[in-house]
Design a binder for this molecule. Structure first.
Ligand SMILES: [Zn+2]
Length: 146
């Protein structure tokens, strides 16, 4: 499942391989995390397994658990980094067929929906601004215990 024909065209596999640039915030042996280029809020992150799995329910438990530990690590961090009351996450799987968890710093209960994108109240960032967010997250993660 990790290197069939489908993965050659997979945007997320190319990001992990460094063939497509991304605003990486975290990486370990199993998991990779980078900023969504169409964010709902500043810090909106995609957490993905390094191996190509189409849907999360098809992942081995160990790889799924490793991915979710990173989700929780970021959730703990983003509350203070982005000064928000809640950090939500969701898996929808409609756009790219490589499992990804959206982690979203939430200022409003509607932030976990597409409402900010549809209403065009979602922020737009330049590359420089995305990189500033990356530095903010990485610096903050360095000072975090787990
Ligand atoms: Zn992939």
């Amino acid at each position: 499942m990790s290197h069939d024909n489908k993965t050659r065209d997979c945007v997320f596999c190319k990001i992990i391989a460094g063939e497509i640039p991304a605003h990486k915030v975290y990486e370990d042996e199993y998991t990779y995390a980078f900023l969504d280029i169409v964010p709902i809020r500043e810090g909106h992150t995609l957490v993905i397994p390094k191996k190509h799995y189409d849907y999360s329910e098809n992942m081995p438990d160990d790889d799924f658990a490793a991915m979710m530990l990173v989700v929780n690590k970021l959730k703990k961090n983003y509350k203070s980094t982005f000064n928000v009351p809640q950090v939500g996450f969701f898996v929808s799987g409609w756009d790219v067929p490589h499992t990804h968890v959206h982690v979203v710093p939430m200022k409003d209960s509607k932030d976990i929906t597409s409402k900010p994108l549809l209403d065009k109240t979602a922020p737009k960032f330049t590359d420089t601004e995305f990189e500033r967010t990356v530095r903010k997250i990485r610096n903050s993660l360095q000072n975090q215990d787990n």
